[in-house]
Design a binder for this molecule. Structure first.
Ligand code: ADP
Ligand code: MG
Length: 318
């Protein structure tokens, strides 16, 4: 198991300072960073072991499209169906999961990365039946971690393996850290709104995922947020899934949409999840539907990075 962890670390190793925020699609050089483990064929099946923790990474090309709201409210929808969920705020530069939950955790990922605290120590339960790992708001310089800091971080992640679901809320655009979180996930959920700029950036991030991550084993999923109608959302999704299929040979599954709903901004202002403010509102219903779809779509069991993560998770006490 130590060997697997070492391989994982090897794969997670990147150059410090390699951040490319919010430039989705803007002529990135190809830099295949995720080779399969040495001596393994890229798509060789590897059996799952131990308890399965599903890691869902929420990402987008453009900022402000609803990642944090989707992360937190999806977590609540999962909790409602009995799942043990942790939301991790991996927006290391600008954290706000705690803000929309009106919590000021004393410690955050910064302390974990700096080895001052363990992940378990900084994880806090909320009044809503989900746990959160707070991001490191304000410490923008750690948005790019040194190799040692990244290793600490990866080592600490496995202590969250008693959760059924880990939802990772990332920053917009593509930094190396975001790509690592995507690579580590079972599902990468890309959020867009119907705005042309958001769509272009979402396509950009899909393209980068396709180019940058070898052995793409995770399910790539699309959520259209702030849609005015079912038809509008579907039109956006059709366009994106078709283009991804045609030009990138990539299957992107349309997971669902969330209505543009004033309850959302109202809830943000009140610093409570909209699923709590009004579980029956349009946005809440959509999120529950999305989680229902997620539950129906199995975690891909094709081996590779996601599973290695799992195997690393399944060592130890759980
Ligand atoms: N479905 C929605 N309906 C209405 N407003 C929304 C919706 N989703 C997001 N918003 C608005 O967009 C803002 C940004 O959302 P947020 O989740 O913080 O985005 P991100 O994490 O992607 O930056 C929210 O504060 C809210 O006002
Ligand atoms: Mg956010």
């Amino acid at each position: 198991m130590g060997d697997q962890a070492e391989k994982l670390r090897e794969m997670m190793r990147i150059k410090n300072g390699d951040s490319r925020e919010s430039q989705a699609g803007a002529g990135f050089e190809s830099r295949k960073r995720k080779p399969g483990p040495p001596g393994k064929a890229p798509n060789e099946k590897q059996p799952r072991e131990g308890k399965k923790t599903r890691i869902i990474t929420i990402t987008s090309g453009k900022g402000g499209v609803g990642k944090t709201n989707v992360s937190v409210n999806m977590a609540l929808a999962y909790a409602r169906i009995g799942k043990k969920v942790v939301v991790m705020d991996a927006d290391l530069g600008l954290a706000n999961v705690n803000v929309i939950l009106n919590m000021i955790p004393k410690f955050n990922l910064y302390h974990v990365i700096r080895k001052q605290k363990t992940m378990r120590e900084i994880m806090v339960d909320t009044e809503y039946g989900i746990s959160i790992v707070a991001g490191a708001s304000g410490f923008s310089k750690i948005a790019n971690l040194s190799e040692e800091e990244r290793q600490n971080f990866i080592d600490e992640l496995d202590t969250l393996s008693n959760a059924d679901i880990i939802i990772i809320d990332t920053s917009a655009g593509v930094s190396s850290n975001v790509l690592d979180f995507i690579a580590a996930a079972d599902d990468a959920v890309i959020i867009t709104t119907p705005e042309p700029t958001a769509i272009t950036d979402a396509y950009g991030i899909i393209k980068i995922i396709a180019t940058e991550i070898d052995n793409l084993n995770m399910g790539l999923k699309l959520v259209v947020n702030r849609a005015k109608s079912v038809a509008e959302a579907k039109k956006v999704a059709d366009r994106m899934t078709t283009i991804a299929g045609q030009f990138l040979n990539l299957k992107v599954e349309y997971l669902g949409f969330i209505y543009d709903d004033t309850t959302v901004s109202h809830a943000v202002l009140r610093q409570k999840p909209f699923m709590v403010i009004d579980p029956g509102c349009k946005a809440s219903q959509c999120v529950q539907h999305i989680v229902g779809r997620m539950e129906k779509s199995d975690v891909k069991d094709t081996g590779g990075f996601g599973n290695m993560f799992k195997r690393m998770f399944s060592r130890g006490e759980f």
